[in-house]
Design a protein. Structure first.
Length: 261
């Protein structure tokens, strides 16, 4: 369990939560996919897609490489497991609490690790993407602390502006990235996450101006693939992320999301 009391928000702006674990490449991963898929189907991951990925390795001579990823999606398209030869990601668009989130990921990870004989992790990370939309009670910009809001178009004396905020920090666990930016349109998933196979409830409309508040916390490690160890690491990553969230948003917004007046 984490050291801090979890933040409970009845109307949380969280749109996407994901956890990713990286491991040394398993070059014959495709051999294990049929058994993995069959077991995950019994856990509710009934939708299956195999996709080709293009990865660009930068250098003097940039190299474009093709790779495969396997997606095991939930029945209601609110959760998915994404597997490649060197990482597994669990993503959800319907988040209840951290205990359930981690338990679901751990169960799926056990299946993959057992079939593919994965015994060590080299990196683990958590990411939370919040979509802050205006309501009749509060503007999207007013949901953030003043230090994150930036200057408005009116303050700058311009007709239109888009503000971006970025912090890179070192924590006791690893590397923390906090991003916030204004956006208008239906697309809100950060481009580096890529294609997601989820459906979303908190989805902006065309032309709607909203804020994205994005937290990414990563620990590089070389540790045994042990549930107790990994869950302990995830709780530490989570607690720091939740603290960062609370210090990024306004008291007015927290009260509104808790269901207060």
């Amino acid at each position: 369990m984490g050291k801090r009391e979890q933040l409970k928000l009845a109307k949380a702006p969280l749109a996407l939560a994901l956890v990713q674990l990286r491991f040394s490449p398993v070059l014959r991963m495709s051999k294990y996919v049929p058994d993995i898929q069959e077991t995950l189907r019994g856990m509710g991951f009934t939708k299956y897609v195999e996709e080709q990925m293009q990865q660009l390795t930068l250098g003097v001579m940039p190299i474009a490489e093709s790779d495969v990823r396997w997606i095991f999606g939930g029945r209601k398209r609110r959760e998915a497991i994404i597997l490649t030869k060197d990482f597994v990601t669990y993503e959800v668009s319907s988040y209840t609490n951290f205990e359930e989130f981690v338990a679901r990921f751990s169960a799926a990870l056990d299946v993959i690790a057992n079939y593919a004989n994965i015994t060590e992790a080299v990196q683990i990370g958590l990411r939370y993407v919040n979509v802050i939309r205006p309501t009749e009670e509060i503007l999207a910009n007013d949901c953030l602390q003043t230090s994150i809001r930036g200057l408005s178009a009116e303050e700058l004396g311009v007709t239109k502006s888009r503000f971006e905020f970025l912090i890179r920090a070192e924590t006791e666990c690893g590397h923390l990235l906090v991003k916030s930016y204004e956006h208008d349109g239906k697309k809100f998933i950060p481009p580096e996450i890529g294609v997601t196979h989820l459906d979303f409830d908190n989805k902006p409309g065309e032309g709607e101006l909203f804020r994205v508040l994005d937290f990414d916390h990563i620990e590089k490690c070389e540790c045994e693939l042990n549930n107790e160890i990994l869950i302990g690491k995830l709780w530490k990553l989570h607690d720091i992320l939740e603290t960062a969230f609370e210090h990024s948003v306004s008291r007015e917004a927290l009260n509104h999301w808790k269901g207060g007046a």
